[in-house]
Write a protein that binds this ligand. Sequence first.
Ligand code: BMA
Length: 344
Amino acid sequence: MEIITARQEQFINGELFHRYSGNPIVTADDWPYPVNSVFNPGAVKLPSGETVLLARVESRRGVSFLNVIRSDDGLTGWHIDPNPALVPEPDIFPEEMWGIEDPRIIYVPELEQYAITYTAFSTSGPLVSMAMTKDFVTFEKIGNITLPHDKDACIFPRRIGGNWLLVHRPETAHAIDIYAGSHIWLSYSNNLKTWTSTTPLIKARMGSWWDANKIGLSTPPIETKEGWLLFYHGVRNTAAGCIYRIGVALLDLENPKRIISRSKEWIFGPKASYELVGDVNNVVFPCGYTLNEKTGELRLYYGAADTSIAVAIGNISQILDWLVKYGERPVRRMTDNIKADAPE
Ligand code: BMA
């Protein structure tokens, strides 16, 4: 049974991500008015070089909205836009009754706009909604694109085989359903509104695995020469509550249904005090990244313990090398016998 080889070598070569020394970079204390918490931001680097985060802000009523914050270097000197970018509007969008959360942002060259997919907390549970922006000043809400319970979604930045693709996390609870649980799925669309041909993509592992029972997309898919790099969170249930950690998978560029490799181990998990203790202990939850194409520096912007925003910094080539070398490959399909989920 192979259990620790990859981790040992990873330690020799150093961790794949390190924490920025100025973490957390933004907290509720930085806000110009009283809020409960600021976390789980989407992220994007504008052509001007400015880093824009779309932060989830939880009000002191418990309802979340989204606010832009900006920095020239993506690490320091954060400016908080005085007005929220997107707020729940239940009169127009009834599915937003209990708030809007956890945005993922992706630039779509064909549309010359950024697509923002976020969780709308409806009275029947979470679902996926979409909004568009060209400049992070004005926003156009499209409305919900999936039904409850569904979240952790992002579209791919370009069509593949003529279709748009959505990666998302519908939850199925039916006992006879072999996919019952919280797994990552793919759906297809030709108009960005109606999503069909929904198919399972990455299955939560089982038993004692770090990503047993519940997984979901973290940051938007990242296109590399080797394939689409997909960071995802895995949730481990313990007697003391859940632990949210991050793993990674590589999908075929022209057929993302084919998983080239999937990490057996988590590559980033709660360790610093601001990740271990907060409104929800033991949570790292990235929703956005920025990539320096020249140096390969990859920054994951994440919510820490559902309380503040922090940054983890890695290198994309190192992550790809590690994943291809130590990941599970070929990856079992979701239809494979569940016994295969035992560690080898
Ligand atoms: C998930 C989402 C996230 C949250 C995480 C930990 O289900 O709701 O917004 O950060 O739980 O509480």
